[in-house]
Design a protein around this ligand. Structure first.
Ligand code: GDP
Ligand code: MN
Length: 389
């Protein structure tokens, strides 16, 4: 017999009871899976792998939180709950987190979608845009997540290819980290033409939020790259300024490079942590700074008029707001999504992994930007070391 609220209050109470008995010192962490009922087989596949590689090998198993914009079917709930010894909880995404905010012109959004349909992945999809906006601005406020400090985002049909020897949540806790990633990818430029200019506006208005030792420069084209017009984002920038003279989509004008704001004159590379794998600290997303950043992006409309992904949004936020030490590369976790993978390189990992660094991971091949990102990061750290001497 379903309760009037679809069982939401009972589900929240069950999570609270679980956390009341949570072992002291163990990270308050959950595994979050947004899925449709039709994703059942893919969800089971992902969950069984995560259990086998990690979660089943501990006394208190991390719970699974399944979220959906529509009610989960009894079949879905029964099947995923039976797949693990870990507890499973089911939540509905609130309607206001999966719909248009009032300032969006839905006619214009539909028009732009139909133009984008054949020009970018998910260009014509409305639901994909709701999904990206949800992960950008709302998932961390879902009532089921309220008592948790950390989450691991998991998707249907992904692969975990290594036995984990460390609990990634404990690593996050010990190292005071806010975000962990495995794969970095180049964004399709046409999905985010105005994301970086909008981010620059927010940074200009909120300079106090830029972390002194941020990762941001590692996501920006070098002065030389930009001057030469290399890279997809220089091309987009040039296209925009030619199409709409007077609308500066980039820079912010001359003379701004000084004063610790080098981002003003540089273009975003489009490189981003792939968010289909994401381990995060919820307090980062719940912070006033992150909320202000998201509100600014949401007001600009790019989740609907363009097709901003939550991955570049999370990446730019983490890059700008966090000290570099709080962003971790979870390089010991073997992971595969679609045809892209990360496989731990070190010889000591071979016995615990069923993946091949040579065949499965191609960090130098587009659209992976791993080598580019790590190069820029190394250059940033070298430059900093040089100036601090
Ligand atoms: P891709 O990885 O960017 O190709 O996108 P996916 O199709 O894998 O979607 C990303 C995540 O959002 C997955 O966990 C999907 O199950 C979920 N998802 C995408 N669209 C919807 C939707 O309309 N409803 C629900 N409930 N989940 C969705
Ligand atoms: Mn996916």
């Amino acid at each position: 017999p379903a309760a009037a609220d679809g069982g939401a209050a009972a589900e929240i109470a069950a999570v609270e009871a679980l956390l009341d008995g949570w072992p002291l010192g163990k990270p308050r962490a959950c595994i979050v899976i947004l899925a449709r009922n039709s994703d059942l087989d893919g969800v089971l596949s992902s969950v069984l792998q995560l259990e086998r590689r990690f979660n089943s090998h501990t006394d208190t198993k991390y719970p699974y939180l399944y979220l959906n914009d529509r009610p989960f079917s009894p079949e879905f709930k029964r099947a995923v709950a039976a797949a693990t010894a870990a507890p499973s909880f089911f939540g509905l995404v609130p309607r206001e987190h999966w719909s248009y905010p009032p300032h969006i012109n839905q006619t214009r959004a539909a028009q732009l979608r139909s133009e984008a349909r054949r020009h970018m992945p998910y260009g014509g999809s409305e639901s994909y845009r709701f999904m990206c906006r949800y992960f950008s601005g709302f998932f961390f406020d879902h009532p089921l997540l309220a008592g948790f400090d950390f989450y691991w985002r998991v998707e249907p049909d992904v692969h975990f290819t290594c036995n984990l020897e460390r609990d990634p949540f404990r690593v996050m806790q010990r190292r005071n980290a806010s975000l962990a990633w495995t794969i970095v990818m180049s964004e399709v430029p046409s999905t985010i033409p105005s994301l970086w200019p909008t981010t620059q506006q927010w940074l200009a208005a909120n300079p106090q939020h830029l972390a002194p030792r941020s990762l941001l420069p590692a996501f920006l084209e070098g002065q030389d790259d930009a001057a030469a017009g290399w890279g997809p984002f220089s091309l987009v920038h040039r296209w925009r300024t030619e199409q709409q003279p007077g609308v500066s989509s980039g820079g912010g004008g001359g003379g701004d490079a000084a004063g610790g704001q080098p981002w003003r004159q540089r273009q975003y590379t489009g490189c981003h942590f792939w968010s289909n794998f994401e381990i995060g600290r919820l307090s980062f997303f719940r912070s006033a700074a992150y909320r202000s950043f998201f509100a600014h992006l949401d007001a600009a409309g790019g989740f609907f008029y363009e097709r901003w992904g939550d991955a570049p949004v999370h990446t730019l936020a983490a890059a700008a707001l966090l000290d570099r030490s709080r962003v971790l590369w979870a390089s010991d976790i073997g992971y595969k999504h679609g045809s892209w993978a990360h496989c731990p390189l070190d010889p000591a990992s071979r016995p615990r992994c069923d993946c091949s660094p040579f065949y499965d991971a191609q960090p130098g091949r587009q659209p992976s930007c791993q080598l580019d990102f790590l190069d820029r990061l190394a250059a940033l750290e070298a430059a900093e070391a040089a100036t601090s001497q």
